[in-house]
Design a protein around this ligand. Structure first.
Ligand code: NAP
Length: 285
């Protein structure tokens, strides 16, 4: 029987629920294996190359990649999926047709989970993305590929502009601005997506939304943060009567897509969710 030794490359690897999610998936699928964390500093390219060599030798069956290696691994791979190539970042590595293959499951993971919010907001096709970092890139690509209009609002205008420039060579429905969200004329019928870490547990308290600006009616909120399960911004949006969804669903969907790439099996997202809930309960004790 094959053994699926899997893991996550990152540095530093802060609280990660990936081992719990993937161990639950392995267990549910009746597969042998484990999922380990591999903290690799950004100034150690040899260690990074060594980890990829272990996948090539099939000592490891697959790796997830997170900050700061999502772009750094690209030159070390043989081939990229269309999505990873378009986003310019890899979060899943596997061997495919004897080639070291890089994929990105963040964008599809987001779309898979957005369905739950879209059920309540089916007419909304315009998104305001708060933040312009790595996850904003995946979310922007995901929404553009589904034909959404996208506005990016970041505290550093050059970062918002760089994200726009990255995608805008042949895409028209993207505007980018510094923001100052106050300047936007009409935010009704907009999906607000928080991709900043503001509101994360024991990290950045508060909300990325301006205090003096009411959340506009007719909007909906997707917050990528998954700890806590309900951020300040989500609580405020709920009070304002807006449909909300937090990032746990995306976390699980992107993990399930990675797992399928490595094993060919579709894991139970319910079991993965339960593993996340058990783990978060444990961290509170
Ligand atoms: P990132 O690459 O560092 O980008 C973060 C963005 O937020 C940057 O534009 C950053 O601007 C901005 N930002 C940071 N602090 C801010 C503040 N105090 N006020 C306003 N803007 C601020 O991080 P990321 O990888 O995109 O991750 C962002 C969040 O998404 C994290 O909480 C992460 O856990 C979550 N996430 C969730 C999932 C999921 O599956 N649910 C997946 C990926 C990420 P500066 O560059 O100016 O700091």
């Amino acid at each position: 029987m094959s053994t699926f030794n899997l893991g996550l490359l990152g540095y530093p690897i802060k609280a990660s629920f990936s081992p719990q999610l993937h161990r639950a998936a392995l267990n549910d699928s009746g597969l042998q294996g484990d999922y380990q964390l591999y903290p690799i500093p950004p100034d150690d390219p040899e260690a990074l190359a060594e980890m990829l060599a272990r996948v090539r030798k099939r000592e490891l069956r697959g790796l997830n990649v997170t900050i700061p290696h999502k772009q750094a691994v690209i030159p070390l791979l043989d081939k990229l999926s269309e999505t990873a190539n378009a986003i310019g970042a890899v979060n899943t590595i596997s061997m495919k047709n004897r080639q070291l293959f890089g994929d990105n499951t963040d964008a599809q993971g987001f779309l898979n989970d957005l369905v739950h919010l879209s059920e309540k907001t089916s007419s909304v096709r315009k998104a305001l993305i708060l933040g312009a970092g790595g996850s904003a890139r995946a979310v922007t690509y995901a929404l553009l590929s589904e034909g959404w209009e996208v506005i990016i609002a970041a505290r550093r205008p050059d970062q918002a502009q760089a994200l726009k420039n990255y995608f805008s060579s042949n895409i028209e429905q993207l505007s980018a601005l510094k923001l100052d969200i106050h300047g936007l004329a009409d935010l009704s019928s907009t999906l607000i997506v928080n991709t900043t870490p503001v509101g994360m547990l024991s990290h950045l308290q508060g909300s990325p939304w301006p205090e003096d600006l009411p959340l506009p009616g007719g909007t909906a909120l997707y917050d990528l943060i998954y700890t806590p399960a309900k951020t300040q911004l989500m609580a405020d949006a709920e009070v304002a009567g807006l449909p909300i969804r937090g990032g746990i669903g995306m976390l699980i969907e992107q993990a399930a897509l990675s797992f399928r790439i490595w094993t060919g099996k579709k894991p139970s997202t319910q079991k993965m969710l339960q593993a996340y809930l058990d783990a978060i309960q444990h961290t509170r004790q």
